[in-house]
Unconditional design. Structure first.
Length: 373
């Protein structure tokens, strides 16, 4: 029998104007590029207080475009966290560069700035912190270490849209930042992405690479190898409607974050992701670590809790597998990465999740944590 309760892990919130704007784009017959793309770029840049935003077809090619715009390729090394959504590592490999895998901070589960000093070599060109779950890595330490080693900083801020570190939006602190506009993300266009930067020259290079490497003003003339990374006007229309509700979206995620913190802060055997004093988060998903000093027991307990939650009608997700556990990455085992990989679980987080639903989720979660051996 299926459980009558069903709480998904994520779901997009459409406010109504999405439909009107998509229809407007459709009727205008601007169904590939068009004015909603420019509007999305302008509004996103304004709201993030950054000079340039470049819209692309998803958050993965956003990372690739940033890497290519920076001129990173074969022979170059890029420092990436060993605990991450895989796109960052995949795109470093995709451009032909070599990832150097960094361990994470034990509390925030984000790239540990000390790792930059341990890993950087004369071939290292960039560091790529990934701001997971709405948290932001220690950007002050990361930028100062990067500067000392002559590295550029590329932030994968796909999960941290509009989170701030010392008042600055995630993605706008390093040289370049990337976002995903996937249906599960804070602002969505279905599939889509953004790259932001204050470097006008880099933005210009990325616009050219996004459009086949074609010189602007000289059709079919290509100065560089390019790609088609463009977002459609139809998708951008959805994003423009979403951004009209950005303040509501941020307020609702703050509400949900506070409710979860209150309910789970004192839960024995569970440690919520730690946000430093510098961070003013827009929560993407609430994530917790099931504490255990034995890795394989930790993973099996975590997985049993997830299965029990599903029987209660609550969809959860595990943390990311350590890149070292998977064949393509040739990554070293890193102790704090392995612990997060075995212990992290994330709980439903989306616009409109009610206080009652959060109460039910937290009751069931506490119960299963207590009973999972
Ligand atoms: C979602 C996500 C991406 C990829 O975005 P897509 O739009 O799905 O390609 C990249 N990095 C992180 C950290 C993400 O969470």
């Amino acid at each position: 029998m299926t459980n009558p309760v069903h709480i998904p892990w994520a779901q997009p919130k459409l406010f109504g104007n999405e439909e009107a704007m998509v229809l407007d784009a459709l009727r205008s017959v601007w169904i590939s590029g068009g004015p909603y793309v420019q509007r999305l770029e302008r509004v996103a840049a304004e709201r993030m207080q950054v000079a340039e935003a470049v819209a692309v077809s998803n958050g993965t090619v956003a990372v690739e475009l940033a890497l290519r715009g920076l001129g990173i390729g074969p022979g170059d090394e890029v420092i990436v966290p060993g605990f991450t959504f895989v796109a960052a590592a995949n795109m470093v490999l995709s451009v032909g560069a070599t990832p150097l895998y960094a361990d994470i901070d034990e509390q925030s589960w984000l790239l540990d700035p000390d790792e930059i000093d341990r890993l950087a070599t004369p071939r290292t060109k960039a560091v790529l912190p990934v701001h997971l779950y709405g948290n932001v890595a220690e950007m002050d330490a990361i930028t100062s270490r990067a500067k000392a080693h002559g590295l550029v900083v590329l932030e994968d801020a796909a999960e941290a849209a509009f989170s701030r570190f010392d008042g600055k939006c995630a993605g706008t602190i390093g040289n370049v930042g990337t976002f995903s506009l996937h249906a599960t993300k804070t602002i969505t266009t279905g599939e889509g992405g953004l790259v932001v930067t204050n470097d006008a020259g880099l933005a210009q290079r990325m616009r050219v690479i996004r459009d086949h490497g074609m010189r602007q003003g000289k059709r079919y003339w290509h100065d560089v190898v390019g790609y088609n990374f463009r977002l459609t006007n139809l998708q951008a229309a959805i994003g423009c409607a979403q951004l009209e509700h950005l303040d509501d979206i941020m307020a609702d995620r703050r509400r949900i974050h506070a409710l979860y913190r209150n309910a789970l802060n004192a839960c024995a055997g569970v440690r919520l992701q730690h946000f430093s004093q510098h961070v003013d988060p827009v929560l993407w998903v609430i994530a917790a670590l099931i504490e255990d000093d034995d890795l394989s027991r930790q993973r099996s307990r975590r997985d049993r809790i997830m299965a029990a939650m599903l029987e209660d009608g609550i969809e959860t997700r595990p943390g990311f597998y350590a890149l070292s556990l998977m064949p393509p990455y040739d990554a070293p085992d890193l102790p704090r990465v392995l612990a997060a990989s075995a212990g992290v679980i994330s709980l439903p987080t989306f616009f409109g999740l009610t206080e009652q639903q959060i109460g039910y989720i937290c009751d069931r979660f506490r119960h299963h944590v207590h009973n999972a051996g």
